[in-house]
Design a protein around this ligand. Structure first.
Ligand SMILES: Cc1ncc(COP(=O)(O)O)c(C=O)c1O
Length: 399
């Protein structure tokens, strides 16, 4: 074959593709390979023990029995019975919506991307929490927008800092927030801050994107309603990834009608619809009250793992280390002494046999970072004890 024919075309790629650096998964893999038996605290996914596989298989078989119409094009906005089920589900969280204000998507990631396409263009700015979900940062980066990071404390985004950011930047289009059991910090934004956030968004006429993948997974503390329940203009994102399985790729957005209509038009040029068989399978899996019982089971299971992690941290962490005590979700956020850099900790801990996500990956400003995120959802309690002991040894080695 001639040289011309084999030349890479990567120099012809669009500039916006520059935001995709070396995959974090490559880095995770190489760190896992540093030890014969690593404890991995990186998964933001359900425990394999909790996957409702037989119920899914049963639901899928039922769907295939009468699949002719589902195998045609259709359901761009989402399978109607599933959207009606979501109406009832979010009503339990105080959200008042109709089925036509919901779009079903390939995970909440796609919903976030579609909503971002509706709102964002070059020159705009997005306000995010610091730290925040790195998947959202990657989406916003593809639009070439300015990212403005607002500081958080142990309860979540600080409203004084949010107000300062809104006052200082006239190009803000939206505030992206994960108020409930935040990824990565595990915080739960108090009600008065949620009210204030909605108030500020109205005052400055900016959209609120409320990402809520963990709201159903609460193990202790008071239940705080979503911002969407306080203000119907909020664009709210939900998912079946954390309570059923991420591999199904079924999530949704609940938003005002004009936002949904434009998201729908946007998605039709991309993938037309979700997989129609999977949407029906999810519907037949969750209906008849199954999900309520399943969520209860998940909460009991994860509560034990969270408690095991908090107890191990109490035993093993040296002085100068602090950590969040989340009431729900999957994550504990560890703050290391300020002389320990998060990426360095990532490298050193891997040699001790413990792998996690360094805080740097969640930092919109990539400042000097000295935090790490540990997920307890997929690690058995005896392995949590082993992993946290190793982490303690790794931290001591840097002191
Ligand atoms: C805050 C947050 N948003 C969105 C997602 C993506 O979820 P999905 O699988 O529904 O795309 C995750 C998954 O880790 C998450 O933590």
């Amino acid at each position: 074959m001639s040289q011309v024919a084999t030349r890479s075309l990567s120099d012809r790629f669009a500039d916006r593709t520059n935001v995709f650096g070396t995959s974090i998964w490559t880095s995770i893999l190489s760190h896992k390979e540093k030890h014969p038996d690593p404890v991995y605290f990186g998964d933001g996914a359900p425990a394999p023990e909790l996957l409702p596989i037989s119920r899914l298989a049963h639901a899928s078989a039922h769907v295939w029995e009468d699949a002719t119409s589902a195998l045609n094009y259709g359901d761009s906005q989402g399978y109607l019975p599933l959207r009606e089920w979501i109406v009832n589900h979010v009503a339990n969280r105080g959200i008042d919506a109709e089925a036509n204000q919901i779009i079903v998507t390939a995970g909440s990631t796609q919903a976030l991307d579609l909503a971002a396409r509706v709102f964002l263009q070059e020159g705009d700015a997005v306000i995010v929490e610091n730290p925040t979900f790195l998947g959202a940062l990657e989406i916003f980066h593809t639009f070439g927008v300015e990212i403005i990071a607002v500081d958080c404390d142990e309860s979540g985004m600080r409203m004084d800092k949010l107000q300062d950011a809104l006052a200082a930047h006239t190009n803000v289009k939206l505030i992206y927030t994960i108020p409930t059991f935040q990824n990565p910090a595990g915080s739960n934004l108090p009600l008065d801050r949620r009210q204030r956030l909605a108030e500020l968004a109205r005052e400055y006429h900016v959209a609120v994107f409320e990402d809520d993948p963990y709201g159903d997974l609460q193990y202790s503390g008071e239940v705080i309603p979503p911002i969407k329940s306080l203000d119907d203009q909020v664009v709210y994102f939900g998912t079946f990834s954390k309570v059923i399985a991420p591999g199904l790729r079924v999530g949704y957005a609940v938003a005002p009608q004009d936002v949904i209509t434009t998201m729908l038009a946007t998605r039709e040029v991309s993938d037309i619809s979700n997989d129609r068989i999977t949407m029906r399978t999810v519907y037949h899996t969750v209906q008849d009250g199954f999900l309520t019982g399943h969520i209860q089971e998940c909460c009991d299971f994860y509560r034990s793992r969270r408690d095991a992690m908090l107890a191990a941290l109490e035993r093993e962490m040296p002085a100068g280390v602090s950590w969040s005590k989340p009431d729900g979700g999957f994550f504990v956020w560890i703050t290391l002494p300020s002389h320990i850099d998060s990426e360095r900790m990532f490298d050193v801990a891997a040699n001790y046999g413990v792998v996690f996500f360094p805080g740097e990956w969640f930092d919109p400003e990539h400042r000097n970072n000295h935090a790490i995120r540990l997920s307890f959802s997929t690690v058995a309690e005896d392995r949590i004890a082993v992993g946290i002991k190793r982490l303690g040894e790794a931290i001591r080695s840097l002191q």
